[in-house]
Design a protein around this ligand. Structure first.
Ligand SMILES: NC(=O)c1ccc[n+]([C@@H]2O[C@H](COP(=O)([O-])OP(=O)(O)OC[C@H]3O[C@@H](n4cnc5c(N)ncnc54)[C@H](OP(=O)(O)O)[C@@H]3O)[C@@H](O)[C@H]2O)c1
Length: 245
């Protein structure tokens, strides 16, 4: 616990549409939350205000996770403010369509350096801290159902998420029994304005449970993983049955 008696969560991408709701739910559950944002400072400040209603110790910092030095700086700041790390969630991610024949090196770097390289080094630095602690801690990577689907218009994104699921298993084995490492693969929870699959009603028809997800659906899976003592190296799909089609 912190001096205030709270567990501590470090989450990247806390300014995201889903990431901010996850951060808020964890604060409501009593975690002190340290989160990162990159470009969305205003949104991050609003999120921090909401978190502090529940856990005044919560804090944030800017961090471009595609740069290892930025991740190191974020963890240095974190360590100055918090003396323990119970839960690390890697949520920072870029998501947009790319035409397979025309994918540019810049798009590849933007998607893969953020989603894969950023997640790897966040997990590596977080695990170094966790390894030294005298208690079991947890890492949750945020991936996507598309990690194992063939979405031709999203190849760099899906490849990065598939690789993160692989890393989840590697870290789970490498850091057992000290750190439990799992992934959550959501279906659609928030509708991306540039997304092509049509409005929410059309999408809901493709989902056996007949609705898109809500942040609470993801939070339920996170809560399960924070309590479980015997699940590691797994990917939990939370998609209303969409991949059953
Ligand atoms: N929402 C969904 O329906 C859904 C579905 C499947 C999977 N997921 C996964 O769930 C996670 C959370 O999703 P979300 O809805 O919160 O995503 P989002 O709204 O697109 O937000 C993305 C987050 O990643 C951050 N980010 C982007 N590039 C970054 C970089 N280079 N360095 C650091 N941070 C960076 C953004 O920060 P700034 O805005 O501050 O730049 C933002 O906080 C993601 O991993 C996503 O792939 C979400």
């Amino acid at each position: 616990m912190t001096s205030s008696g709270k567990k501590v969560c470090f989450i990247t991408g806390g300014s995201g549409r889903l990431g901010s709701e996850v951060a808020l739910s964890l604060a409501q559950l009593g975690y002190s939350v340290f989160f990162t944002y990159n470009r969305s400072r205003e949104k991050a400040e609003k999120t921090l205000d909401r978190l502090r209603d529940f856990t005044p110790q919560s804090a944030m910092t800017r961090c471009d996770v595609s740069k290892v030095s930025a991740i190191e700086q974020a963890f240095e700041l974190f360590s100055k403010q918090f003396s323990r790390l119970d839960l690390l969630i890697t949520s920072a991610s870029n998501f947009y369509s790319t035409s397979l024949p025309d994918v540019t090196e810049t798009q590849w770097g933007d998607l893969v350096d953020t989603n894969l390289k950023g997640t790897f080094f966040t997990m590596q630095i977080g695990a170094r801290l966790m390894q030294k602690q005298p208690f079991v801690s947890r890492i949750i990577t945020m991936t996507d159902i598309s990690a194992n689907l063939v979405w031709q218009q999203f190849a760099p994104y899906t490849a990065s998420k598939n690789a993160v699921q692989h890393l989840t298993r590697v870290f789970a084995k490498a850091f057992a029994p000290k750190i439990l490492v799992n992934s959550i693969a959501p279906g659609t929870v928030t509708i991306n304005p540039e997304w092509n699959d049509g409005p929410e009603e059309e999408l809901s028809k493709m989902i056996p449970l007949q609705r898109i997800g809500e942040p609470e659906d993801i939070v339920e899976a996170i809560v399960f993983l924070t309590k479980s003592r015997y699940v590691t190296g797994q990917v939990i799909t939370v998609d209303g049955g969409r991949i059953l089609r």
